[in-house]
Design a protein around this ligand. Structure first.
Ligand code: NDP
Length: 308
């Protein structure tokens, strides 16, 4: 049994060290030095290599190097191969930092002050109390729930939307197709933390922006595929939306001539809201390998039918 690590070059050494510390006896191979492909039973990667299944006939598990797995969903993986994502406190903590920053920036109208600074204008804008600012998170998974828990501490009027019903302290919970419109209608700052699936692709669209209060703002930390770009540009032009903070785009990197770059009402960050830290996440990978060996369900096991 061997674990093959196929990550970006600048991370490989960190993964090798962290995995070795967590499991000194584990046979760790670093791509492209795979040795005998028949010995590879586990693969840690962000993107699958070509001909994955044919190349590694005894593969039993793929560990996504991140929390998202949309990049694996189009692979025709046999049922004998489990797909497992990272669920890690360091990754969650980073997303909470980013979501808190972005929400506070929009709440305190920082984009407007940045524009005023560029024009050398000293002009205060009206304040709104946190208790009157309605924040809504699309996706009540590991990341969405953690972010709402933090935002609640600031006193925001919090809500979340998910597929199945949830109950959260201090946040109104909406679920399913019938819950989406009422959720959006009460959301001034919308944060997308959904996985990208056939059901959620394009969810950030005109039909949904138009239900939101006029002048609402958007933070997309899910995937670029959640957003219909032209609908966002139209909503910003009409004033239906006031600003968008986008950490994810399609494609990535965002092309240099893309209209988002110079748009005064768009803030771009290069998919950095959160990241996997090998020193923290290695323990989960090793624990999950042990779980699978014992025939137990690993943390972060993906339901490939649902897509997350
Ligand atoms: P989880 O799998 O823990 O949670 C997913 C949530 O989305 C669940 O609450 C689920 O509902 C909900 N959901 C899924 N499909 C639907 C649907 N059709 N309708 C309504 N709700 C739906 O994921 P995480 O919280 O760990 O991560 C979320 C996403 O964040 C990742 O998939 C990834 O795309 C993105 N991400 C972005 C990063 C970045 O740096 N920008 C870093 C890490 C992740 P239910 O609870 O009912 O199942």
């Amino acid at each position: 049994m061997a674990l093959l690590v196929r990550t970006s070059r600048d991370r490989t050494a960190a993964w090798r060290t962290a995995l070795h510390q967590a499991a000194p006896d584990l046979d760790i191979r670093i791509w492209p030095e795979c040795g005998d492909p028949a010995e590879i039973t586990a693969l840690l990667t962000w993107k699958a290599p070509p001909d994955l299944v044919q190349r590694f006939p005894n593969l039993r598990v793929i560990f996504s190097e991140g929390a998202g797995v949309d990049q694996f969903l189009s692979l025709d993986l046999p049922d004998t191969v489990s797909l497992v994502r990272i669920v890690d406190p360091a990754l969650t903590g980073m997303m909470v930092e980013y979501g808190t920053w972005a929400t506070l920036a929009l709440h305190r109208r920082i984009p407007a002050y940045q524009r005023a600074q560029a024009a050398h204008e000293w002009r205060g804008l009206p304040h709104m109390l946190v208790r009157d600012r309605r924040v809504g998170v699309l996706g009540l998974g590991v990341l969405g729930r953690a972010l709402l828990e933090r935002l609640r501490l600031f006193g925001f009027d919090c809500a979340g939307w998910s597929r199945g019903a949830h109950a959260l302290d201090g946040a109104m919970c909406f679920a399913g197709a019938e819950g989406l419109q009422p959720f959006l209608a009460r959301t001034d700052i919308l944060i997308c933390l959904l996985p990208l699936t056939d059901e959620t692709r394009g969810i950030l669209s005109a039909a949904h922006f138009n239900v939101m209060p006029r002048g609402a703002a958007l933070i997309n930390c899910g995937r670029g595929g959640h957003l219909v770009e032209q609908d966002l540009l139209d909503a910003l032009a009409s004033g239906q939306l006031s600003h968008a903070i986008l950490d994810v785009t399609t494609p990535e990197p965002l092309p240099v001539d893309h209209p988002f770059w110079d748009h005064p009402d768009v803030t771009i960050t290069p998919h950095v809201a959160s990241d996997t830290t090998p020193t923290s996440a290695a323990a989960q990978v090793i624990e999950n390998l042990k779980c699978l060996q014992r025939g137990e369900v690993p943390v972060g096991l993906v339901d490939r039918q649902r897509g997350y």
